[in-house]
Unconditional design. Structure first.
Length: 416
């Protein structure tokens, strides 16, 4: 029965490209009109039922457990093909209904209290710094790079990302900067070293905290940085600048307003904040059931409409909003290629099921950015209209004589 149901699902789903499926009893069927191709082998009859009833979760779990087999170098092709066709909205009614219900309930199930937030963060980030060192750049930037040129190396593109953010922060020596979700300290150390500011970084990961503090000491920046194991909601200080890279995705749908309200409280009257976050440029939707269970429990990728609504309820200006398209897919591709190249070292640390889980994670995320309405938001926030220049020219000026980072005098008077 379930083979028949799955067969009908796939005939309806695959409207572009071609998918070849080998069923548990050896039957081979092709789906789709042709073009980009992918193939998969289903090894267990029970998996057919799971793919019909909960396809997103079953696809990832089946691959992790070896019940669904794809050559490692063809996994991305399969996932990209499925996501591309899923965008056509041709999944069964019951699958769409469950996904819609999960979306409606996201406000109830994502109550990320400080204790739960710490547990969720540690689930992902405290597995091992050694793993992350194998596929990240030297500075351990675990967020979207900025490819000003498609031929940039990962290291160059991550440096370009930090430079772009620093430009938007309009830094001056001596400023007090807050880094919410500081990771292993790369952004904080870069700002302190290259821009002469003092950076307070907060994280909920003990591994990240230890690494950030060690790096600060080794680079002679301990006096310009203050790394803390602390929930950002417990901060009471005021800061001239706030930067938050890859943190908003961990906040959860019910807490988006709380997050921006706290930024409102922490940002000095003349301050500027820059929030860098994955986001949907489509209506709000539930987190992938597989991602939520195995990778980022409690995580949520907000839509631009949700972020804008949360900011509108504060006293902050959305001084600038930039959507970075076509950057995270290449970033994830670099990570995935580095992970595969480092497999002998990964196998010395983890079993094959973990390897398949991590491979699936990197590949499905890359495919999502390439095939669906997912991008990265840069939201620049301020209390004052003219705290930020009124054009983006200042971001691309390299000649100090033509630096327009300061508002014109008339604008200052108009704002007072």
């Amino acid at each position: 029965m379930w083979e028949t149901v799955l067969d009908r699902m796939l005939h309806r789903l695959i409207v572009t490209g071609r998918l070849r499926v080998t069923y548990p009893e050896g039957t081979v069927r092709d789906y789709g009109p042709g073009g980009a191709e992918a193939e998969v082998v289903l090894k267990e009859a029970r998996l057919l039922r799971d793919l019909c009833l909960r396809p997103v979760l079953a696809l990832g779990e089946g691959y992790m457990d070896g019940r669904l087999q794809v050559p490692p170098d063809r996994l991305y092709d399969l996932l990209a093909l499925l996501i591309r066709n899923q965008q056509a909205g041709r999944l069964p009614v019951w699958v769409n209904a469950v996904h819609a219900l999960r979306g409606q309930l996201r406000g109830l199930v994502q109550r990320n209290t400080p204790l739960l937030s710490q547990r969720n963060v540690q689930h992902h980030y405290d597995i091992s710094d050694d793993l992350y060192r194998l596929f990240l750049d030297r500075d351990m930037q675990y967020s979207c790079a900025y490819f000003t040129d498609p031929d940039l190396s990962l290291e160059e593109a991550q440096q370009a990302k930090k430079d772009h953010i620093a430009q938007k922060l309009l830094l001056k020596p001596g400023m007090r900067v807050l880094d919410i979700g500081c990771g292993w300290g790369g952004m904080a150390l870069t700002l302190a070293r290259d821009h002469g500011v003092h950076v307070t970084g907060v994280t909920l990961s003990e591994n990240q905290l230890a690494t950030a503090r060690r790096r600060a000491a080794e680079e002679g920046l301990a006096d310009r940085t203050d790394f803390r194991l602390l929930d950002y909601r417990l901060l009471q200080d005021r800061f001239d600048r706030i930067v938050s890279v890859g943190m908003l995705e961990h906040v959860g749908a019910p807490h988006l307003h709380d997050y921006f309200a706290k930024l409102d409280d922490l940002l000095a009257p003349e301050g500027v904040a820059l929030v860098h976050s994955i986001g949907h440029v489509s209506p709000p939707a539930a987190t992938s059931a597989w991602i939520d269970r195995y990778i980022f429990p409690g995580g949520y990728v907000p839509s631009l409409s949700e972020v804008a609504a949360a900011v509108e309820r504060t006293g902050l200006w959305a001084a600038d909003v930039e959507v970075l398209r076509g950057h995270y897919g290449p970033t994830l591709n670099h990570w995935r290629q580095r992970f595969e190249a480092a497999l002998p070292r990964v196998r010395a640390m983890y079993d094959e099921r973990f390897i398949r889980m991590w491979r699936f994670y990197l590949a499905v995320c890359e495919a999502a950015f390439e095939e669906s309405f997912q991008a990265v938001f840069h939201m620049q926030l301020s209390h004052r209209q003219y705290a930020v220049p009124v054009t983006r020219d200042y971001l691309y000026q390299r000649d100090p004589a033509h630096d327009h980072s300061r508002p014109r005098e008339g604008m200052l008077h108009a704002a007072q």
